[in-house]
Each structure stands twice: as structure tokens, then as C-alpha cells.
Design a binder for this molecule. Structure first.
Ligand code: BEZ
Ligand code: FE
Length: 303
């Protein structure tokens, strides 16, 4: 298969032929790959990578800078910090992979990026329980239903929720072993759920490493649009990994650093003055609070 770079634009036919011959040779080196999927991926990757360096006419200094960047990403990566996923996130690659693998399905809630801050060790809360576990922020009542695309409730759907505190940190970013701002619960017999969370506020992705430097060099903000993460699982239905975003958050216009925002996921978080009665009779004293609704529609598992 031929590449897209041709002689012209300062490249002689002889030079273009040398470059193309190398592309063809590398692609052919994968011809005997037994696994057809691996063969397809490696040959396509080779074609695109070569097209990239040929298109930008990559200098050797730039190649070195790229290698240093990837080396630094490797050095800062450990079992808590994953700089390569962060790189994928800020390049929109994570969101593109989400889009490819969660095909739009009539009426189903849209998916968005998973992010690095989900952990398995959250505690179960009852319906109407509080996920905060000491996380600071304005209390926020979150309620909704879980249904399938025919409108049938999904009793017992498992709902995982997690969020940063008002200082912009997830529990796992603190040095102690706290579990806060996360929990799971199950939808009731009518597919309804509710819990107390904290009103989401904007926060930056980890930007003290090579990805942060790259964003700075590009004049891009590391800040994420305020959001609350959800993962909803139910037998026979497609697992949904998503967030809801806060209507009116200025960061929606500025842009989410990982391109996760979808219009359908922007929800109104209604501010409630101090003293407004709460849905479950909880006494919040002189605190303001907020409430929002998120009705989740799950696609069929095999859609
Ligand atoms: C987050 O949602 O917290 C997140 C997502 C992608 C990269 C970094 C953080
Ligand atoms: Fe997040």
C-alpha cells in the first residue's frame, strides 16, 4: 500500500522513493505476523508513524526531544501515576477510543473518559447515603433512574460514583490512606437511585510532569471541567463509564483538558439556599446545598 507523501513541496522524486521504499519494507516485515489483528495494527501503525515524520519533516533534534519526552513519561509513571494514559487523554486519544468502542445507540446515555482516579476499594452506601467520607465541598443531592433503552427500569444496577473534593484532589492523591468522595450503591426495585455527593468544582489534571510541560508549551490549560464520575453496570446491558458536568461552569467554554464534555452530560445543579428543606430531611444547618438529576439509559450489552 502506498503512503500519502509524494514528491513535490521540496521533496525530489528520488528522495520520496527512498522514503517510500523504507515504509514498504517495514510494513512488509510484519507480513508473516500470525495474529491477523496484530498484523493489521502494526502495519497501520507503521504507515501512520512514517507519514507523520515525513509530513512534518521531523529533525533529528526533534526526534531526540520526543524520545526524552517519552523517557520522562516512563520515569514518572508508577502504580499510582500513569503519564502515558494522561498523554492519551490530552491528545484526545482516550476519548476517540471511547467513541469507537461505545457506539452511539438510540437514547442511551453517552460515555466519556474513565480517568485515573477510580479504585475498587470504595464502600457501599445505602440509597440516599453520603459518598463524602470527609471530603470537603458543598453538599449536593444527586438522584435519577437507571433504565434500558425501552424505558424499563433496571433494578439492582450497580452505580459507582467518584469525585474530587473542593480543593481539586481525589482521595488517592493524598498521602494518607483515606477513602473519600467515592462509593457504590444499587438502584432500587424501580431503578431509582439517590445519594449525597459534593458539588463538583474544576481541578487540574496532574501537570507536574512531561504532559504538563507539553500543555504549557502549547498554551493549553490543564484544568478539567467540573464533573462527577459514574460507572453503571447491570446484567445484559452495556457498562457505562461517564461523568456529569455542571451547567454554567466557565470551564465548559474554555475547554476540558481531556475533551470529555458532551452536551448531553451537562446537567443543571440547582443551588439551594441555606435552610431549604432537603429531600431526605437531613439537617444541613446554615449550609447552602445543590441538587441535580441524572437519568441513565443503558444500551444493550451487544449493541
Ligand atoms: C479525571 O477525571 O479526574 C481525569 C481524567 C483524565 C485525566 C486526568 C484526570
Ligand atoms: Fe475526574
Amino acid at each position: 500500500m502506498s503512503g500519502i507523501i509524494h514528491a513535490g513541496a521540496g521533496i525530489s522524486p528520488e528522495q520520496a522513493a527512498v522514503e517510500q521504499k523504507l515504509v514498504d519494507t517495514v510494513i512488509a516485515s510484519f507480513d508473516k505476523t500470525q495474529d491477523p489483528r496484530l498484523k493489521k495494527v502494526m502495519q497501520s501503525l507503521t504507515r501512520h508513524l512514517h507519514n507523520f515524520v515525513r509530513e512534518v519533516r521531523l529533525t533529528e533534534d526533534e526526534w531526540n526531544t520526543g524520545i526524552e519526552f517519552l523517557t520522562a513519561a516512563g520515569h514518572i509513571t508508577d502504580d499510582k501515576r500513569q503519564e502515558f494514559i494522561l498523554l492519551s487523554d490530552v491528545l484526545g486519544l482516550s476519548m476517540q477510543t471511547v467513541a469507537i468502542n461505545n457506539k452511539a445507540y438510540k437514547g442511551a446515555t453517552e460515555a466519556t473518559v474513565f480517568g485515573p482516579f477510580f479504585i475498587e476499594d470504595a464502600s457501599e452506601i445505602p440509597l440516599g447515603g453520603d459518598i463524602a467520607g470527609g471530603a470537603h465541598g458543598q453538599p449536593c443531592w444527586v438522584e435519577g433512574t437507571i433504565t434500558d433503552t425501552s424505558g424499563n427500569p433496571v433494578p439492582g444496577a450497580r452505580i459507582e460514583v467518584w469525585e474530587a473534593d473542593e480543593d481539586g484532589f481525589y482521595d488517592v492523591q493524598y498521602a494518607d490512606a483515606r477513602v473519600a468522595g467515592r462509593a457504590y450503591l444499587y438502584a432500587d426495585d424501580h431503578g431509582r437511585y439517590s445519594f449525597w455527593g459534593r458539588t463538583p468544582t474544576p481541578y487540574p489534571i496532574p501537570h507536574d510532569g512531561p504532559v504538563g510541560k507539553m500543555l504549557e508549551a502549547a498554551g493549553r490549560s490543564p484544568v478539567r471541567t467540573s464533573h462527577l464520575h459514574f460507572m453503571v453496570t447491570a446484567h445484559g446491558l452495556r457498562t457505562l463509564v461517564t461523568h456529569i458536568f455542571v451547567e454554567g461552569d466557565p470551564q465548559i467554554e474554555i475547554g476540558d483538558s481531556v475533551f470529555g464534555v458532551k452536551d448531553s452530560l451537562i446537567k443543571r445543579f440547582e443551588p439551594q439556599p441555606a435552610g431549604t428543606p432537603t429531600p431526605d430531611g437531613r439537617d444541613l444547618g446554615n449550609q447552602t446545598w445543590a441538587r441535580t438529576r441524572f437519568d441513565v439509559v443503558l444500551a444493550p450489552a451487544l449493541a
